[in-house]
Design a protein around this ligand. Structure first.
Ligand code: SF4
Ligand code: SF4
Length: 485
């Protein structure tokens, strides 16, 4: 599979190409553009910020004594809640599964539509867009912002800059507060935060998250995409010649030349070298130089160029979202087609379906009882006065539902094994253990086996649990230690 080449040396800090190892950062002030992709970006911003800020206030009834917040990471109670799901600490593999699915989904998205995630959905992009919008409201469009940067430090300039930074700080504060609300009852926390009754850790988290938002979206901006985010480094491995990416139709645009009144476009390319695509680019690159690491696929250059093509009475799409195969076909005057079904996309789809299916199946057949056992090691065993061997264990039994439950505990694997529960029954074949709702019961248990039945130095032994009302069973394997025969 041929892969479109991306030159990693291109455009690292600013327009200008190869240069010294260190180049001072050039502040980029992208021009405002209007068009389809810009509208999609506004829509994505509203939806994502809406979900982020409304998320903690969604309610989900889980019955009495249970948190009713739909999405909650309860650090104190050591639980994660996501609508109908309640994740216990030992089930953290669900989170691993979700992260894996997210990573493969990103690969899939990139194989189909390039860096659509970076350009439209990444929170760095969303907040940067919002921060640029604030600058535009307070200072004005690109030319005014550049002029203000160049202007000497007068009271007016300080006022404008202070106003921009103050609004950025408010947005960053809302970002930090929004984040912490996922870790407690949101309405209560919100009141407590603003009445200064919250824990210092909450204010610390708000400061860290809000501070990162302020610095990354306000000042670092495209530097995050170029230097901090690893994705741009390996993106070329995700694309192939059928991936839809933002490209310039060089065959149609070149040779570029400024438009002059009365001149036609017969013996020249359609690019009028207006640089609208460059000045509207949030990372400051010139897409006419080819696919570049700095391109986050935001498609604003498409809107910018389309508006110029409209003005010139030329067909739109000189900069377009298309595959390199289609670009080549179009240059030859051949028909184009979008190929979504390819080996790469099939593999990603299969992985997504397999892991997603596995997770759904595991959730559907999920046990509501978990048992863990720890064999006491000092001493490994004790020989009693009648010669029998005794081993000690700590059993942790999780009752993962909101009902009182009683379990019948027995052991299997060694003949004549008897159980004793510290603080409970002694020398019995099976013992009843009561565990309150939604909690973990810890029991110190002794297993005693007659000397002649104790087997070798280490014999397999299993603890079996049977819930007495609904009959759910759980089993955990361990070992029984005895002296050498
Ligand atoms: S916006 Fe279009 S016409 Fe203007 S420089 Fe860019 S590619 Fe050429
Ligand atoms: S080149 Fe176009 S698509 Fe790429 S980052 Fe710049 S404006 Fe966005």
């Amino acid at each position: 599979m041929a892969t479109p080449k991306i030159d990693p040396s291109l455009k690292l800090s600013s327009p200008g190409g190869d240069g010294p190892l260190y180049a001072e950062t050039v502040i980029i002030h992208p021009r405002t553009v209007k068009g389809t992709f810009r509208n999609w970006k506004w829509a994505a911003m509203i939806v994502l910020l809406g979900i982020y800020h409304i998320g903690p206030f969604l309610r989900w009834d889980r019955g009495p004594d249970a948190p009713d917040q739909a999405i909650l990471a309860d650090l104190t109670g050591q639980r994660g809640y996501f609508f109908f799901l309640e994740i216990w600490p030992q089930e953290v593999y669900y989170l691993t599964g979700l992260l894996f699915i997210a990573a493969v989904a990103l690969f899939f998205m990139s194989a189909v539509a390039g860096r659509i995630w970076c350009g439209f959905f990444c929170f760095q992009t969303v907040y940067t867009d919002l921060f640029v919008l604030v600058e535009r409201w307070v200072v004005g469009d690109r030319a005014k912002r550049m002029a203000l940067d160049r202007a000497p430090w007068t009271a007016a300039k300080v006022g404008r800059k202070a106003a921009v930074n103050a609004i950025w700080l408010l947005i960053s504060l809302s970002c930090g507060v929004g984040f912490t609300l996922y870790f407690g009852d949101a309405p209560t926390m919100l009141v407590d935060i603003f009445s200064f009754r919250e824990d210092i850790a909450v204010y610390g988290t708000i400061a860290i998250v809000g501070g990162c938002c302020f610095l990354l979206a306000g000042y670092a901006r495209e530097q995050v995409c170029l230097y901090m985010c690893p994705y741009s480094r390996f993106q070329s491995a995700m694309f192939d010649e059928h991936s839809l990416i933002v490209t310039y139709e060089e065959w149609r645009g070149e040779p570029r030349k400024p438009a002059r009144k009365g001149e036609g476009f017969e013996d020249r390319g359609h690019c009028i070298d207006c640089k609208m695509c460059v000045t509207s680019c949030p990372t400051g690159i010139d897409i006419r130089e080819g696919i570049q690491m700095g391109c986050i696929g935001c498609a604003l250059c498409i809107d910018a160029c389309d508006s110029m093509m409209d003005r010139m009475g030329l067909p739109r799409g000189l900069i377009t979202w298309d595959s390199t195969t289609n670009q080549e076909a179009r240059a030859r005057g051949e028909p184009t087609r979008i190929r979504l079904v390819r080996l790469r996309t099939i593999i990603y789809t299969v992985i997504l379906l397999a892991v997603g299916g596995l997770m759904v199946a595991s959730l559907a057949t999920r046990h509501t009882t978990e048992v863990n056992v720890l064999h006491e090691r000092s001493p490994m065993f004790v020989q009693l006065s009648d010669g029998s061997i005794r081993n000690g264990y700590v059993l942790k039994i999780s009752n993962m539902i909101r009902e009182d439950r009683v379990y019948d505990l027995s052991v299997a694997g060694l003949e004549g094994a008897r159980l004793s529960v510290v603080g409970g029954v002694s020398n019995v074949a099976s013992a009843e253990l009561a565990i309150p709702p939604d909690s973990i019961g810890t029991f110190n248990v002794f297993v005693t086996v007659p000397r002649d039945k104790a087997g070798g130095k280490r014999s397999p032994l299993s603890f079996n649990l049977r819930e007495t009302s609904k009959g759910e069973v759980a089993r955990v394997e361990s070992l029984f230690a005895a002296p050498d025969k």
